[in-house]
Design a protein around this ligand. Structure first.
Ligand SMILES: Cc1cc2nc3c(=O)[nH]c(=O)nc-3n(C[C@H](O)[C@H](O)[C@H](O)COP(=O)(O)OP(=O)(O)OC[C@H]3O[C@@H](n4cnc5c(N)ncnc54)[C@H](O)[C@@H]3O)c2cc1C
Length: 508
């Protein structure tokens, strides 16, 4: 069989889109297009430049296995990660494949031709054999619309709009939220502003990050001795796996980390009332744990107040909390996170029979391996449902890009023109994931406010096992869940699935 040239559309040039592009570029015979709505690559690292923004996993784990980097610190700043992404693009000569300032609006599967028709903000981009969403989990900011917001005479911004402390000096700032972003941003703002009020709906577990500059010899050893690089990364993986044990509420690790946290809080915050208000009442792991060494200490400053309540509404000159107490503010910064559980809600994807992805999900996104959805052939999601966690997200994204590359390689071979997912295997997979969440990650289900759940209460974001388990599953499970086929005279012909299974997939 003659090889086919496969046209691939990737949406998003964050670390997922770039990993995918690198792995597909290696195949050859692939016409690759990466569409990015922003004016540059990097994804979250392009769009979040607030002071203090940096990784909270060890930098040496936060890099592709195929491109180790000479990180200057244990926890790289957003600009260092941004530089890293750009160096990968340069090293693998991907620039020509990237289209910046182009928003993908829709992709519609044409069953007769086995292609997606892709529409972007600049019009029709034509047909693509494979459509890959790399829009990430945290690329759509959650901008609360508070009552009274229109009458507020100051400025209301999302944390992703803040790029420096300039303009905030001497101001009264209301920082809303107590997640990772607020914990990174708050301590940088505090010395510059006149007053900082931090609005906390619920306290989180904040732990020291142990960040520091890497020594020259550590950097040399990591970069120039490949065996040492690998060993260091495996050790970081092992440590991450150990840390995740605490996400089981019945584990000894849970009790240990809670007492460590409470002791850390006692040592760092002077005022016992503030300490009480900062102490979580739910298990460690219910919310995403925060690693930030200066956050608690910030409350010892005279110009910083903890408001242990949600924001109720705004007035023309201030913020009113849930108890009705108003505090004056010149600027409100919403460190309120992103629409994580609403996967691909800004993108319209239609699969077989014109079925819309959101209709197929009915408010509860799920995907086989977090990547594929029955009835949506040749469509892949990176950072999809229930893939968040395990270790550094880059590692998860790499495994996913490898799955896409294996499929594309097979499509290039010319033997098949599409791959779909068995609905029964996908259903079983989803049930299995949910069982493991309840078992291994019971803390995430303990009932606090977190970004993991749909309004119906299903945990759709978290990966409940280790990265190593995910690595193995991405190698093995496609043999069971993927159904290959080709089109002959405009009709889908199965190659690997039983007729019953294909009937079920295609509803024929
Ligand atoms: C502040 C912050 C800190 C983080 N720290 C860590 C950390 O320490 N460790 C860790 O493992 N993870 C961390 N994460 C998670 C982070 O999301 C992942 O590590 C990783 O960067 C995700 O990459 P991605 O490419 O999947 O998604 P993103 O980086 O979100 O990239 C998605 C891209 O898709 C683009 N896009 C979206 N919709 C469209 C469209 N319709 N058309 C065109 N383009 C589109 C977006 O503009 C964006 O550039 C952090 C996230 C944030 C926000």
């Amino acid at each position: 069989l003659a090889q086919r040239r496969i046209r691939v559309a990737i949406v998003g040039a964050g670390l997922g889109g770039v990993a995918c592009a690198v792995n597909l570029q290696r195949i050859g015979n692939v016409d690759l297009h990466v569409f990015e709505k922003e004016d540059g690559p990097g994804g979250v690292w392009w769009s979040n430049r607030y002071p203090g923004c940096e990784v909270d996993v060890d930098s040496r784990a936060y890099s592709y296995s195929f491109k180790p980097h000479d990180w200057s610190r244990t926890h790289a700043s957003h600009s260092e990660v941004q530089g890293y992404v750009e160096s990968v693009i340069e090293r693998f000569e991907l620039s020509d494949r990237l289209h910046f300032g182009v928003t993908v609006l829709s992709a519609r599967w044409d069953d007769g031709l086995s292609v997606y028709e892709v529409e972007t903000s600049r019009g029709s981009e034509g047909n693509f054999d494979v459509f890959v969403s790399c829009v990430g989990l945290l690329s759509s900011p959650n901008r609360p619309r508070w009552d009274g917001g229109d009458s507020f005479i100051g400025e209301i911004v999302h944390s992703s709009d803040v790029t420096s402390v300039d303009g905030l000096q001497g101001k009264r700032v209301a920082l809303v939220g107590a997640g990772s972003t607020a914990c990174q941003l708050g301590p940088i703002l505090a010395p510059s502003v006149q007053q900082l009020d931090l609005y906390q709906r619920e306290p989180g577990y904040v732990l020291p990050k142990k960040e520091r500059e890497l020594t020259r010899s550590e950097r040399d050893a990591f970069l120039r001795r490949p065996v040492r690089t690998k060993l260091r990364r495996w050790r970081l993986l092992y440590e991450a796996n150990k840390a995740y044990e605490a996400f089981d509420t019945d584990s000894r690790a849970q009790a240990k980390i809670r007492s460590f946290h409470n002791e850390y809080l006692r040592r760092t915050v002077d005022d016992s009332q503030i300490r009480d208000a900062l102490t979580p009442t739910y298990p460690y792991g219910c919310k995403r744990p925060v690693f930030a060494s200066q956050f608690y200490r910030m409350f010892n400053r005279p110009n910083v107040s903890l408001v242990p309540h949600a924001v109720s509404h705004l007035t023309s000159s201030g913020v009113v909390d849930a108890t009705g107490c108003e505090r004056p503010a010149d600027v409100v910064i919403a460190a309120t996170g992103f629409h994580a559980a609403e996967f691909l809600h800004e993108l319209s994807v239609q699969g077989r029979g014109g079925v819309n992805l959101q209709d197929a999900w009915q408010g509860e996104p799920s995907a086989f391996l977090g990547m594929t959805v029955p009835g949506f052939p040749n469509f892949f999601i990176l950072y999809g449902p229930n893939t968040n966690g395990g270790w550094s997200m880059i590692a998860q994204l790499e495994r996913q890009s490898e799955v896409v590359a294996r499929v594309v390689r097979r499509l290039v071979s010319g033997r098949v023109t599409f791959v779909d997912t068995s609905p029964s295997v996908a259903r079983r997979y989803d049930r299995w994931i949910q069982t493991h969440i309840r078992k291994n990650r019971s803390a995430t289900e303990a009932g606090c406010h977190n970004y993991y759940h749909t309004p119906s209460g299903k945990n759709v974001t978290q990966w409940p096992m280790t990265h190593f388990s995910y690595l193995v599953l991405t190698k093995v499970l496609p043999y069971f869940g993927f159904r290959w086929g080709r089109h002959h005279a405009g009709k889908a012909v199965s190659e690997s699935a039983s007729v019953t299974e294909l009937d079920e997939v295609f509803g024929q």
